[in-house]
Design a protein around this ligand. Structure first.
Ligand SMILES: [Fe+2]
Ligand SMILES: [Fe+2]
Length: 344
């Protein structure tokens, strides 16, 4: 077996392929064919061994026999897709005389491609090459997303009064979205959009963003530019495209008196309306430089007044009240998000 200790750095540069097949001859053949491509090769003779190697160090590509003794290739595939560390790894299923039904099952479970036995060496090499390149792109995107999330945290961290604001808004908005039965895609927009809703504040000067006193008209106009700035900063990032309706529209009001577009009523995307409720609630229930934190009841009272003025979606506020009943003040998630950065 090709299991000599490998240098982790070396593996990350060359990429790792894991071959899971109980047939030693097939493994030998695959290894001899793709060996010259220069990747680090690992082998496993059973589903259990394969899963163990996956857990040790997620590879960049898995070649997986569909018919393994004991736990099947389908089981392995499901576990790969269920684990956040391995869910994006391309998996090619090596199939003998697989039925249509079994192939369908694999597609549903998230297989990347099939390779029928017997396969031609050229076909195997071409598949491996294409998928290893694809994995490089996926990794780069994942890295980019991590960078963006780190950046999003810096917005909250700039101001100790708003520390944890975006993460709490995301939590409240997701719970509200689930309660009102938003579909999965819209929920993803809410979750991600809420996390990045104030991203555009990155472009606002400290002197304005952190000013304790009253803002001048110009300064207020600068603050009001943050949804537009957020859109401009994020619009070229495919991974965050779904967050856009929330980033851009979270300051709209039901009566059209909000910004940036003055949308009204149901013309405001539902993901944005849900996030706005969470945003206003969190802003009022946490301390600001110019006032202390308000209680939940005081906050809901003020927000109800604002619903009557025509600002927020009253139905959503009612539902949010019900969400709060299930969310105690000392909920572990809220406490953790409000603990503050240890460096401050
Ligand atoms: Fe905002
Ligand atoms: Fe906000």
């Amino acid at each position: 077996m090709n299991d000599a200790p490998i240098d982790a750095r070396d593996a990350s540069i060359r990429g790792t392929v894991l071959v899971i097949d109980d047939d030693e001859q097939i493994r030998r053949l695959i290894v001899s064919l793709i060996g010259p491509m220069g990747h680090v090769l690992k082998e496993a003779a059973s589903a259990e061994e394969g899963l163990e190697k996956l857990r040790e160090e997620p590879p960049d590509l898995v070649l997986l026999d569909m018919q393994l003794p004991g736990r099947s290739g389908h089981d392995v595939l499901k576990e790969i897709r269920a684990d956040p560390r391995s869910r994006l790894i391309p998996v090619v299923m090596i199939t003998g005389a697989a039925t249509h039904e079994r192939k369908l099952k694999a597609i549903e479970a998230g297989v990347t491609d099939f390779l029928g036995k017997p396969f031609s060496p050229e076909e195997l090499v071409a598949r491996v090459r294409a998928l290893m390149e694809l994995k490089l792109v996926t990794d780069a995107l994942e890295d980019a997303e991590q960078v963006i999330i780190a950046l999003a945290r810096t917005i909250d961290a700039r101001d100790r009064y708003t520390y944890g604001h975006s993460a709490r808004v995301s939590l409240y908005a997701s719970l509200l979205g689930e309660r009102v039965g938003l579909e999965r895609r819209v929920l993803a927009t809410v979750r991600q959009g809420a996390l990045f809703h104030d991203f555009g504040k990155i472009a606002i000067r400290d002197a304005v963003l952190l000013k304790p006193g009253k803002l001048t008209n110009e300064e207020y106009a600068e603050i009001k530019g943050h949804p537009r700035e957020g859109r401009d900063l994020l619009q070229n990032m495919k991974t965050l495209a779904q967050a856009m309706p929330v980033v851009y529209h979270h300051h709209e009001r039901m009566d059209g008196s909000g910004y940036p577009d003055g949308l009204s009523g149901h013309g405001i995307p539902i993901a944005a309306r849900v996030t706005t409720i969470a945003d206003v609630f969190d802003a009022l229930t946490t301390a600001r430089v110019y006032r202390g934190a308000l209680s939940r009841e005081e906050t809901l009272g003020i927000m109800l007044e604002e619903v009557r003025k025509g600002w927020w979606d009253g139905r959503l506020l009612d539902e949010f009240r019900a969400v709060l009943e299930t969310l105690p003040l000392d909920d572990a998630r809220i406490l953790r998000l409000s603990a503050g950065p240890s460096s401050l």
